[in-house]
Structures are given as structure tokens and as C-alpha cells.
Design a binder for this molecule. Structure first.
Ligand SMILES: NC(=O)c1ccc[n+]([C@@H]2O[C@H](COP(=O)([O-])OP(=O)(O)OC[C@H]3O[C@@H](n4cnc5c(N)ncnc54)[C@H](O)[C@@H]3O)[C@@H](O)[C@H]2O)c1
Length: 259
């Protein structure tokens, strides 16, 4: 098969959760530019629709649907809407994240709220969407974790800034869990033609304070944060036939920061 055909998502229905967020936007754009039919789902349908409108103006096939990942009814409604409107699902990008916990010593209620969405809700969503992917003949699940699920926080990045010196524990916990959940899921899908992989990105440039950028990028061999293009090729690779023999993997995408 020609490599351009291997990388094409033509005929594939792709769901990206949290698709109007920072990394989500890059992922949705990549999947649509590779000719996929892309559904972006998150709580804020208005923000989602505004983003979808911009991509539609460029001739890309993108749709917005509602999802509250912490609400089992909403997860079921999303599944029903996808089955009714699209009749199939081939790719799930598990990208949504709730950040209710701000610091090390924030109330445990905030930790519990994070688990409700980022752990319980995510597994619920994965089970519902995996069932549709299996019914559709198989496909690819891509979990977006973080390098913070692989390593502890580097507090020196925050020195000289007003950013918190006290990163919250929930983020390190659920991202680490997601990396091994990926391996679990890949094995559970044996014989079902469903590949399951994880991407653990480093920090995306988002106009962070100058001092933070200095602290952080000084440690990255590429001397910069991730930009909006960096994740796109990797997403299309893992979603498409070009990645057909990559399974159960976690790919660290941090510019060499942790090399
Ligand atoms: N931004 C970074 O620098 C960075 C670095 C490493 C990893 N990541 C990972 O990338 C992914 C996306 O992060 P981001 O920074 O783009 O986040 P973001 O906060 O910009 O976007 C998160 C998205 O999730 C959605 N969301 C939140 N709660 C939800 C819920 N209950 N139901 C449905 N949708 C919900 C939000 O509406 C939003 O669209 C996460 O998995 C994160 O761990 C981000």
C-alpha cells in the first residue's frame, strides 16, 4: 500500500473527547486534515461548535456533540448519537481532562471530583466507545496521558514565577494509571482488531510566563515547548493503517526533556 494511503483516514469516524481544548484542537485538526470524519465532544457545546465552524469553513468534516464524561447518562447519550448519526466508530482519542484540583493540599473533595471524571468517567466512556468500535469491525484507541504520568514534578520550572510551586497529586495519579490501563486494554482487545496506544506529551506552548519558558526550555534538548503541529503526525500514525502493528505502546513526546 502507498504510504499516503496508509496514512489516510478516509472513511474513518473519529471521536476526540475535549476536542476544543488546547491539545484537542491540534488533534481534531490533524484527524480532519487526514480526511477523517471527526466528532469533537465536550461539556461546552458552544465552544465546540465555534471551533467546528472554523474547520468547516476550511472544507473539513467535523461535528460537535455534547459530553459530560463524569455523567454516565451523558456517555450513553453520546454513544447513541454516534450510532444514530454516523453508524460506526473507528477511532477514539481519549483527550478530555478535568482539572478540579489546584494544589498538593487542596480538599479531598477536589481529588474525588477529578477521579469521577478522569478515572471512573473515562473508563465508562472507553467501555461504551470500545463496544461501538468492535461492532464497526475494529479500530484504534489513543489515550492522551502526560509525561507527568511518567515522572514526578520538576519544581524548579516554577522558580521565579507566580505559578504554583505545589502541583496537584490527582494529575500525576490518573495519567500514570492511564498509561498502564492502555496496556490492560490492548491485551483485553486480543482477537478483536482493536489497537490501544497512549501518547504522553510534554508541555504545549500556551503563552506561559517568560521565566517559566526560560526555566523549562533550557532543559529541553530542542530548546522549546511543544507547538501545535508536534502532535499531529503522531495522532494520524496511531489512528491509521500506517500504525497497524503498533499496539499497547506509550509514546513519550517531550522533545527529549526526559531523555
Ligand atoms: N496542555 C499541555 O501542556 C499538556 C501536556 C501534557 C499532556 N496534556 C494532556 O493533553 C490532554 C488535553 O489537555 P489540555 O491541556 O489540552 O486540556 P484543556 O483543559 O485545554 O482541554 C480539556 C478539554 O476537556 C474537556 N472536559 C473537561 N471536563 C470534561 C467533562 N467532564 N466531560 C467532557 N469534557 C470535559 C474540556 O471542555 C476541554 O475541552 C489531557 O489528557 C492532558 O493530560 C496536556
Amino acid at each position: 500500500m502507498h504510504v499516503k494511503d496508509l496514512l489516510s483516514l478516509k472513511g474513518k469516524i473519529v471521536l476526540v473527547t475535549g476536542g476544543a481544548g488546547n491539545y484537542g484542537k491540534c488533534i481534531v485538526e490533524a484527524m480532519a486534515e487526514a480526511d477523517g470524519t471527526v466528532i469533537t465532544a465536550s461539556r461546552n457545546l458552544k465552544a465546540n461548535e465555534a471551533f467546528v465552524g472554523q474547520l468547516k469553513d476550511r472544507g473539513l468534516e467535523v461535528h460537535a456533540l455534547q459530553l459530560d464524561q463524569g455523567d454516565p447518562g451523558s456517555v450513553k447519550n453520546l454513544r447513541a448519537a454516534i450510532e444514530q448519526q454516523f453508524g460506526a466508530l473507528h477511532v477514539l482519542v481519549n483527550n478530555a481532562v478535568a482539572r478540579p484540583m489546584a494544589t498538593y493540599d487542596a480538599p479531598m473533595e477536589d481529588f474525588a471530583e477529578s477521579m469521577r471524571v478522569n478515572a471512573t468517567g473515562m473508563v465508562d466512556l472507553m467501555r461504551e466507545m470500545t463496544a461501538v468500535i468492535i461492532k464497526s469491525g475494529g479500530g484504534s484507541i489513543i489515550n492522551i496521558a502526560s509525561m507527568m504520568g511518567m515522572f514526578g514534578p520538576d519544581l524548579s520550572n516554577y522558580e521565579g514565577t507566580t505559578m504554583t510551586q505545589s502541583p496537584p497529586p490527582d494529575y500525576y495519579f490518573h495519567n500514570a494509571g492511564l498509561i498502564n490501563l492502555t496496556r490492560y486494554w490492548a491485551r483485553m482487545m486480543a482477537g478483536k482488531n482493536v489497537r490501544v496506544n497512549c501518547v504522553s506529551p510534554g508541555g504545549l506552548f500556551n503563552h506561559q510566563p517568560e521565566r517559566f519558558l526560560e526555566n523549562y526550555t533550557g532543559k529541553v534538548p530542542l530548546r522549546r515547548m511543544a507547538n501545535q503541529d508536534d502532535i499531529k503526525g503522531l495522532m494520524v500514525l496511531l489512528a491509521s493503517e500506517a500504525g497497524a502493528y503498533i499496539n499497547g505502546e506509550n509514546i513519550l513526546m517531550d522533545g527529549g526533556l526526559n531523555a
